[in-house]
Write a protein that binds this ligand. Sequence first.
Ligand code: C5P
Length: 225
Amino acid sequence: AHPVIVAIDGPSGTGKSSTSKAVAARLGMGYLDTGAQYRAITWWMLSNGVDVNDPAAVAAVSGKPDIVSGTDPLAPTITVDGTDVAGPIRTPEVTGAVSAVSAVPAVRTRITELQRTIAADAPGGIVVEGRDIGTTVLPDADVKIFLTAAPEARAARRSGELKATGPGAPDLAATREALIKRDAADSGRKTSPLAKAGDATEMDTTELTLEQVISCVISVIEDAE
Ligand code: C5P
């Protein structure tokens, strides 16, 4: 059998990252966080004074930063021009700008190419998480999962994650608002919006524990093999 490719898509706060990492680790597969790549290119734009609300300016320099993702699910890494940006890509500034940058077609073309190369080079298969993996990046993936959850549950999860980063984290209402705004932008953009692939298995994680979601995904993968 060829290496298994698993695409896990959905909006933020559905447990996508935690689930994808755990599934990859348990099945001995690689893991790719495509959101981290869009965050990394956004971080580079902000660091270099590029106006992220000017699509032409963003497109013009979209080929410049060298973005490298490490695919070990137990220790995923992301660098830009050799600098570790795992921390800086999670700031509210980057989170607030990433939807605008990721909507630029030249950015998507570039990052999509990177993603396809990484997936094709994963000897033990790979779990790739994002927004458009099942629809656009890897339409021939062996397994496609689309995670959803009620907005309240998603905001509560995101808020919990942000609190873990320390004092000064935004409150629940602000988090909920930012999350809904970002999902609307990601779902409404022209180029490969956040969407469920026709052949994806949808799971509503609102009432499920992380462990239940992980087991559910693993059984879908095992059924496909
Ligand atoms: O998953 P995460 O919240 O880190 O993703 C950050 C942003 O990157 C998303 O809000 C979206 O704008 C963009 N993204 C995307 N396509 C993907 C993954 C992420 O456009 N496959």
